[in-house]
Design a protein around this ligand. Sequence first.
Ligand code: ATP
Length: 317
Amino acid sequence: MSLQVNDLKVHYRTLRGNVHALDGVTFSLEDGEIMGLAGESGCGKSTLGKSLIRLDSRMHHAGGSVRLDGREMPIADDKAMVPLRFHEVSLIPQYAMSALNPTRRIGRMIDELLRARGVRPADKADELRRRLELVGLEPDVLRRFPIELSGGMKQRVVMVLSTLLDPSLLIADEVTSALDVSTQRSVAESLVEFRDRGYVRSMVFVTHDVSLVYQIADTIMVMYAGHVAEKGPAASIVSEPRHPYTRMLLSALPEVGSTSGERLQGIPGTPPGLLDPPTGCRFRARCPMAFDKCVERPPLVETAPGHWSACWKTGEE
Ligand SMILES: Nc1ncnc2c1ncn2[C@@H]1O[C@H](COP(=O)(O)OP(=O)(O)OP(=O)(O)O)[C@@H](O)[C@H]1O
């Protein structure tokens, strides 16, 4: 599996104009890669996840391309995307576990969803049980209603369901944020296990929690206001961040980096609005390193193998 996203632009149409939620996003994902996607609220993480599977009616594909396994994905063509969903690309959306139909038993709901995707439930019954067991759920969960399950159990059901057809790419959007810390960890570890067993080939793990993603991801991509700020191997993003925004994001976290005895710093200011975003580097108004050239948009350049950063200063180092 390989994913190449090139200069992707996705906007939301609103009465006040277009919200430039993704404005020229470029990155790639290797076979087997788990990429953590981080950044402040509103930077475009969910929009990127949704763009790879379903553009809703307010979303507009304004440019760029997405290639999965060398094939162009018709992301703007809802109908043409139907055969790819769940088979090639699957999404565990934010709040998926609270969206489970409360009036359906889990087993019946899974059967209905499989049929809707052209799959006979009987053909998947053994595999379903094996995977439920793998995530620590008894087969009797299939006879229960969602209300009878804890948040962690529901999230595991959703994970198993979303990956039952062995998609190439899984997008997991904030799948752990509503769970307690130990459940978060085990849900995240189950996702890694799914990758290791080949149930999914590669994964984009969207999160606010850089410390959790650091434990499970191979690479981390940091977005800022609809742009990619930096992408690289997880260890070097955390220990040697190149982009000033990544540095500030990490220094605002208690769990990651060398924080012993150091005072945590918040990031002063707020991200720009995306209805009429500023030209050039979108971080420049908050950046302690900003200089004249930042009125031009910095290109994303590879500063070390597999490590990309979009900052004029990084390019100079
Ligand atoms: N339906 C919508 N209509 C208009 N603008 C939207 C819509 N959904 C999202 N946006 C805007 O698009 C931008 C990106 O939002 P997105 O939800 O992708 O960010 P995010 O990084 O996932 O945030 P969060 O972490 O809070 O989920 C934001 O400026 C947001 O306000």
